[in-house]
Design a protein around this ligand. Structure first.
Ligand code: NI
Length: 184
């Protein structure tokens, strides 16, 4: 069995409770749809690449709980074990750092963890490269696409299947970026 459905349910319910009241930016949908979709990206490739699916999927379901809710790394360790808690900690941006350093810092910490943690980050960005909220500016979309290329370059070796999928989503995201305004 690649994943334990009871553990999946436990992690999904925990995430749903932690993220209660939060919505996907630009929509009315409950935020927990996001981690559940990230988990699906990992389940989708489980038959084609060998990895610890249970660890990756549990980290995916919980990946935003420490960054975006009052849940702590210690609480995750107690409920889901050390490997999951460490993974989620690496996937969480540190608010002690200036905003423009947070992603690079998180990527550095992800690279110190098991391959499954990098796979969650790849899957997270695959999902996040859906059509952006309508109010995102052109510059913000360009920066988000550029950041995705950095994630792919740094973490892509963790999973050929996810790297291929992320590259395709980066390409497709270009379709959500309006043409540059004509020079005056
Ligand atoms: Ni995410």
């Amino acid at each position: 069995m690649l994943i334990d459905p009871e553990r999946y349910e436990r992690a999904l319910h925990f995430a749903a409770t932690a993220h209660r009241g939060q919505v996907i930016p630009g929509s009315d949908n409950p935020y927990v749809l996001h981690p559940a979709t990230v988990a699906a990206e990992l389940i989708a490739i489980a038959a084609s690449e060998p990895f610890d699916v249970d660890l990756a999927v549990t980290c995916a379901l919980l990946h935003d709980t420490v960054e975006d809710t009052p849940v702590t790394q210690d609480e995750l360790a107690e409920r889901f074990g050390d490997a999951v808690a460490r993974g989620v900690a690496a996937l969480s941006k540190s608010d002690a750092l200036p905003k423009d350093q947070r992603m690079a810092d998180s990527l550095r910490r992800i690279l110190l963890e098991t391959r499954e943690v990098a796979m969650v980050k790849l899957a997270d960005r695959i999902v996040n490269l859906a059509e952006p909220p309508h109010y995102w500016s052109r510059d913000k979309r360009l920066a988000y696409q550029a950041e995705a290329r950095v994630i792919l370059a740094q973490l892509g070796a963790a999973s050929p299947a996810l790297a291929t999928r992320l590259a395709a989503r980066i390409e497709r995201y270009g379709g959500f970026i309006p043409a540059a305004p004509a020079p005056e």
